[in-house]
Design a protein around this ligand. Structure first.
Ligand code: ATP
Length: 354
C-alpha cells in the first residue's frame, strides 16, 4: 500500500480532521445553511446526501473556502479557518477539490494538469509520476485529456487534487458525469484508492446508494440543515424521522393504533421496537414483509418486479394503499392474485402520526 503523508500532518494535531460547528451561510437575505454541525475524523470518508437545493454544495464550498460563512466555525486539523470574522483563503487550507465536471485544462497534457497545483520544486516530475501511478495512469502523462475515456479523465482530476497532498479531499458529485456501468467501476476504484491511502474525504451526492457504499458516515441534509448524521446502517435501521426513512430506501408506512410495544395496522398487529401509545406511522421495510397466496387474504398483487437477486411484489391492500414486499428467490405469486401480506415479525420503528 502507498503511504500518503499529508503536508498538514505533524505536531500534536492529526491531519485530516474537519469540525463544523453551527455553520450558517446566506446568499443576500436568503439563509441557505442553518446551524450545520458535523465532524470528520482523520481517514474517514463522509457523504453529504440530500435532495437538490438542500445546500450540499454550499457546505462543501464553505469547507474549501470558496464561500464565506455568516456564523459558526469551520476548523481543519484543529485550526479555525472560518468564522463570521475570519476567512482563511482556499490555497492556505490544504484541501483538494474534485469538481462535478472535473474541470481539466483541455489545452494541457495529463502531466501538466496534475503538475498545475504543485509549487516549483526539484522533484516536481517525480511527484507527478508518483501520483499518476497511484491512480493507475502511468504511461498516459503525455496524452491530452480529450483522448482519454471518462473514467480516465476522472482519475486525472483525482490525481491533480491529490498531488499537493491535501489533508482533506472534497469531491462534488464526482461520478455524476459517468454513465451507469462506468460509474459503478470508477466508484469502486476511487473507494479502494481513498480507503487504501487513508485520505480524509467529504463528498457530495444526491444518490443514496452511492452515499451508503462510499461513506463511512453519511450526513443526510434537508432544507439547509443536517437531518441525521451516522453510519449507513444507523441511518437505514434507525432513521430519525419518517422523511429520512423514505429518503434512504424503500419504505412502507402504515397508519396504526399503538398500545405499548405493538400496534394494530390494516395488515394486522405488528411489534414495535419502542413503546408508543396512540396513532402512529409504522415503518415496514419491504424486506420485512411476507406475501403468500390466500383467498381470504388482505390484498391483490398489482405487480411483480424482477431484479435478479430478488423480486419486489406490489400489493394493493383492501384497506387502501399499495405496499411493497421484497422477496428473495421465486415469490410464488403473480399479478391479479389474492394474497395475504404480513410483517415477518421484525420489530418496527414507529413515528407519532402528525
Ligand atoms: P444540487 O444537488 O442541485 O447541486 P445542493 O444541495 O448542492 O443542490 P446548493 O447548490 O448548495 O444545493 O444550493 C443551495 C441553495 O442555495 C439553492 O437554493 C441555490 O439556489 C442557492 N444558491 C447556491 N449558490 C448560490 C449563489 N451563489 N447565490 C444565490 N443563491 C445560491
Amino acid at each position: 500500500m502507498h503511504s500518503w503523508q499529508s503536508k498538514g500532518s505533524g505536531g500534536d494535531v492529526p491531519s485530516g480532521r474537519v469540525e463544523i460547528s453551527d455553520v450558517r451561510v446566506a446568499f443576500g437575505d436568503t439563509d441557505v445553511l442553518y446551524g450545520v454541525n458535523f465532524d470528520v475524523a482523520p481517514g474517514e470518508i463522509v457523504a453529504l446526501l440530500g435532495p437538490s437545493g438542500c445546500g450540499k454544495t454550499t457546505l462543501l464550498r464553505s469547507i474549501a473556502g470558496l464561500e464565506r460563512i455568516a456564523g459558526g466555525t469551520i476548523s481543519l486539523n484543529g485550526k479555525e479557518v472560518a468564522t463570521n470574522r475570519q476567512h482563511v483563503r482556499p490555497e492556505a487550507r490544504l484541501v483538494g477539490m474534485v469538481f462535478q465536471d472535473w474541470a481539466l485544462f483541455p489545452h494541457m497534457t495529463v502531466e501538466e494538469n496534475v503538475a498545475y497545483g504543485l509549487s516549483r520544486s526539484a522533484n516536481k516530475d517525480e511527484q507527478v509520476a508518483e501520483v499518476l501511478a497511484l491512480v493507475g495512469l502511468d504511461g498516459l502523462g503525455h496524452r491530452m485529456p480529450s483522448t482519454l475515456s471518462g473514467g480516465q479523465q476522472q482519475r486525472v482530476a483525482l490525481a491533480r487534487a491529490l498531488a499537493p497532498k491535501p489533508s482533506v479531499l472534497l469531491l462534488d458529485e464526482p461520478f455524476s458525469n459517468l454513465d451507469t456501468g462506468l460509474r459503478v467501476q470508477v466508484r469502486a476504484e476511487v473507494h479502494a484508492l481513498l480507503s487504501g491511502l487513508g485520505v480524509t474525504a467529504v463528498f457530495v451526492t444526491h444518490d443514496q446508494e452511492e452515499a451508503f457504499i462510499l461513506g463511512d458516515r453519511v450526513a443526510v441534509m434537508r432544507d439547509g440543515s443536517i437531518e441525521q448524521f451516522g453510519t449507513p446502517s444507523e441511518i437505514y435501521e434507525h432513521p430519525s424521522s419518517a422523511w429520512v426513512a423514505e429518503f434512504v430506501g424503500d419504505a412502507n408506512f402504515l397508519r396504526g393504533d399503538a398500545t405499548g410495544m405493538s400496534a394494530m395496522t390494516p395488515i394486522g398487529e405488528v411489534s414495535l421496537s419502542e413503546s408508543h401509545v396512540g396513532e402512529v406511522d409504522v415503518l415496514l421495510r419491504p424486506e420485512h414483509m411476507t406475501v403468500v397466496e390466500s383467498e381470504s387474504g388482505n390484498g391483490v398483487v398489482s405487480n411483480v418486479e424482477y431484479y435478479g437477486h430478488d423480486h419486489m411484489v406490489q400489493v394493493d391492500i383492501d384497506a387502501g394503499g399499495r405496499l411493497a414486499a421484497r422477496i428473495s428467490g421465486n415469490p410464488g405469486v403473480h399479478r391479479g392474485q389474492r394474497v395475504s401480506l404480513t410483517s415477518d415479525g421484525t420489530s418496527c420503528l414507529a413515528f407519532s402520526a402528525g
